[in-house]
Write a protein that binds this ligand. Structure first.
Ligand code: G5P
Ligand code: MG
Length: 219
């Protein structure tokens, strides 16, 4: 299925490990949109040891936000690379300053907010494994890799994220409550926010797709 006509710009919000990457990969598959994940892109820079990667590494490892100036410049440039495609943005914006900058540059059409209880999140991150080059995520017991420690598609090694250590997860949840929460209101006030509650991605997905089908398939 493809998006017809207008190039839709969508955004997915939610606490750390609320399932943004998981739901995004289903949206990408169903509606054929470009997935632009700020975290995946930053981790790729860190892995490749670029100048940006070196600059942001300690922020990510400690679960702190990369400064707005760096993030805004980086993500606006990344979005320009896909401006001929509909896209789904994940992980940006995370502050009101970032939301304002994005709105000026690229007003978004649809904003999804995943609402997952923190106790579920804390439990999940302990069993998360990721394939860094693609951003594919696994969770033991939920979507367990076919072969232990290996990516299903490439057979390459999976890793555990440094910011999934308990102290970094705690920091990320604190930052989310204090700094990222107002971003939800930013979009609520614009009248384009839709919230999806659930304890699992399988519970959220049918609600998300019921909401998105008329938007993505009839534009
Ligand atoms: P990221 O990469 O944006 P977060 O913290 O927002 O990181 P994260 O951790 O990537 O979000 P997610 O994408 O919301 O989580 O969740 P996910 O990966 O899909 O799911 C989490 C786990 O649960 C996975 O193992 C998945 O398989 C599993 N799972 C999903 N659904 C279920 C389920 O129903 N049941 C079970 N059992 N498991 C499930 O940002 C990282 C860092 O980059 C910097 C910051 O330092 C940030 O901390 N950064 C920015 N800094 C400033 N401004 C920005 N805009 C920045 N963007 C990134
Ligand atoms: Mg993610």
């Amino acid at each position: 299925m493809t998006v017809k006509g207008k190039l839709l710009k969508a955004l997915i919000l939610g606490a750390p490990a609320s399932g943004k990457g998981t739901i995004s990969s289903r949206i990408v598959k169903k509606y054929n949109v470009e997935h632009v994940s700020s975290g995946d892109k930053l981790r790729d820079h860190i892995e490749k040891q670029t100048a940006l990667g070196k600059e942001v590494k300690s922020y990510l490892n400690e679960g702190k936000l990369v400064p707005d100036g760096v993030m805004i410049k980086f993500m606006i440039a990344e979005l320009k690379k896909v401006d001929n495609r509909p896209w789904l943005l994940d992980g940006f914006p995370r502050t009101v300053a970032q939301a304002n900058a994005l709105w000026k540059e690229q007003p978004v059409d649809v904003v999804l907010n995943l609402v997952v209880p923190f106790d579920v999140i804390i439990d999940r991150v302990k069993s998360r494994w990721v394939h860094l080059p693609s951003g594919r995520v696994y969770n033991i017991g939920f979507n367990t890799p076919k072969s232990e420690g290996k990516d299903d598609v490439t057979g390459e090694d999976l890793i555990q994220r440094p910011d999934d250590k308990p102290e970094a997860v705690q920091k990320r949840l604190e930052i989310y409550e204090q700094i990222t929460w107002p971003v939800i209101n930013f979009y609520r006030e614009k009248g384009i926010l839709k919230e999806f509650e659930g304890r699992t991605s399988d519970e959220i997905w049918p609600k998300a797709t019921a909401y998105l089908d008329p938007i993505f398939l009839k534009v």
